[in-house]
Design a binder for this molecule. Structure first.
Ligand code: NAD
Ligand code: UGA
Length: 460
């Protein structure tokens, strides 16, 4: 079959896989190939057990794979055969050298740019899908400026705004698609091509265009604003706990102001995920680089509050359980960084587990999708930890339960049955405020929500 366009995506991760699966599903007239340096990942994409859990993704991959969606390790061949290339490789925080702990590590991205240059035999449109520091497109262009051949490259920025757990619905029905380009005739032409592509399923008014630097920067700023809302509400949750105010009531009252809005105001044990912290630190690094220390300090505060919130959770556990956790069994309900994903990158559960082990607690971890990743995350940890899929069995013989992920499953468990198998006094620390606190208290639990007065049977 002759396809209208041949599209390549380099990087078959949480973004590359779902993004390209939805593109292939929406546009059967395009051939979409996803390549990766990791052969295991590609083998998993080609198997019945996909490398990531994302609701609705299996169905789409099954409908398109082998028809117009292909997963391969042949990066060179992919670059030669496709003229539209999305780059969706990882851009983690640098762990070494200048900017360690703050700047984006661009080694994977630069390697990809060099591979594109090496294997290209015809003009290419290269699309940044990874989240990158503003001005990266300039570096991309400098690498791709090929003095030895007539092959030309146009670089576009098309950042991805999907959230894990809702990736398929976010991709099928995005709030907006952002496309940035150079404002040259060839830049505008490439931009128009990409607009047309998305217009196959996204309403035109939701496809916005901008200059390339605004596009790169908007992605990081969007994440910074979302994370800032969570740190704002979490900071207020600390004040609520001191004053008997209730964070859910405060968030409702504040969020009903249409200028403020109600989303991203759920107080929690802290935000996790591979991007919020990394992107804010990158923003902080950029601001410092440009001498904007006050701006950098402002945004750095969002990350500091997030760590403070996680530490506060541990301090609350300690102080309510007679200031010692040594030898106590604590069951963690949830390990993924949010519900409906198996992803545990930067999950607050990792920090909480490590801190609990420092206090010499024994931990039992349960999660419907993240136990494989949890085992890897805690492989080197010193302490007693076990992994049990069934939450009822996991809680048996425990002194406390800490809810760390807002899986729906945990809302509907039989907490009386659970209570009966636990050591008393039994504690419930709800790091997501998803349980019926009054009901759990009536069963016998000492209940510690986030940002609300605790409900306890203990004498003060
Ligand atoms: P990921 O680690 O899941 O996937 C990246 C993939 O790129 C890996 O499979 C890796 O093997 C591959 N890769 C690295 N170097 C390569 C190379 N030279 N050639 C071929 N493949 C290579 O990362 P992710 O979560 O998909 O994130 C990718 C980018 O998208 C990041 O910049 C991230 O900030 C951004 N982003 C992520 C999300 C999200 O929800 N995870 C959402 C929006 C944007
Ligand atoms: C986030 C953004 O929502 C996406 O738009 C963006 O594309 C993505 O980062 C990225 O660049 O990687 P994601 O991290 O997948 O998506 O998930 P979110 O739903 O935003 O949740 C992030 C964290 O904040 C989770 O730990 C979640 O539990 C927490 N959260 C969220 C709260 O604690 N309270 C809230 O009210 C909302």
């Amino acid at each position: 079959m002759e396809f209208e366009k041949n599209i390549l995506c380099i990087g078959a991760g949480y973004v590359g896989g779902p993004t390209m699966a939805v593109l292939a599903h929406k546009c059967p007239q395009f051939k979409v190939t996803v390549v990766d340096i990791n052969p295991t990942r590609i083998a998993e994409w080609n198997s019945d057990e996909l490398p990531i859990y994302e609701p609705g993704l299996d169905k789409i991959v099954r409908a398109t794979r082998g028809k117009n969606l292909f997963f391969s390790t042949d990066i060179a061949g992919g670059i030669r055969e496709n003229d539209i290339i999305f780059v969706s490789v990882n851009t983690p925080t640098k762990t070494f050298g200048a900017g360690a702990g703050m700047a984006a590590d661009l080694q994977y991205w630069e390697k990809t740019a060099r591979q594109i240059l090496q294997y290209s035999e015809s003009p290419k449109i290269v699309i940044e899908k990874s989240t990158l520091p503003v001005k990266t497109a300039q570096a991309m262009e400098n690498i791709l400026r090929n003095v030895h051949s007539s092959v030309t490259f146009e670089v576009l920025s098309n950042p991805e705004f999907l959230a894990e757990g809702t990736a398929v619905q976010d991709l099928e029905n995005p709030d907006r698609v952002l496309i940035g380009s150079r404002e040259t005739p060839s830049g505008l032409k490439a931009r128009e091509m990409l607009v047309e592509m998305y217009a196959k399923w996204v309403p035109r008014e939701k496809i916005i265009t901008s200059n390339i630097w605004s596009s790169e920067l908007s992605k990081i700023v969007a994440n910074a604003f979302l994370a800032q809302r969570i740190s704002s509400i979490n900071s207020i949750s600390a004040l609520c706990e001191k004053t008997d105010a209730d964070i859910t009531e405060v968030a409702r009252a504040v969020g009903m102001d249409s200028r403020i809005g109600s989303k991203y105001l759920n107080a929690s044990v802290g935000f996790g995920g591979s991007c919020f912290k990394k992107d804010i630190l990158n923003l902080v690094y950029l601001c410092r680089y440009y001498g904007l220390d006050e701006v950098a300090d402002y945004w750095e505060g969002v990350v500091k509050i997030n760590r403070y919130q996680q530490e506060r959770f541990i301090v609350n556990m300690l102080s309510s359980m007679f200031n010692t956790l040594a030898g106590k069994r604590i069951c963690l309900f949830g390990f993924s960084f949010k519900a409906n994903t198996g992803d545990t990158r930067e999950s607050p559960a990792i920090f909480i587990s490590e801190r609990l082990m420092e206090e010499k607690a024994e931990i039992v971890i349960t999660d419907p999708k993240a136990l494989k990743n949890a085992r890897t995350d805690l492989a080197g940890a010193k302490g007693k930890v076990s992994f049990v899929e069934d939450p009822y069995r996991a809680a048996e013989g425990c002194h406390a339960i800490a809810v760390l992920t807002e899986w729906d499953l945990y809302r509907t468990l039989d907490y009386r049955k659970i209570y009966d198998t636990m050591v008393t006094p039994a504690y419930l620390f709800d790091g997501r405020n998803i349980l019926d606190h009054k009901k759990c208290f009536d069963i016998g639990f000492n209940v510690y929500p986030i940002g609300k007065p605790p409900l306890t049977h203990l004498k003060k």
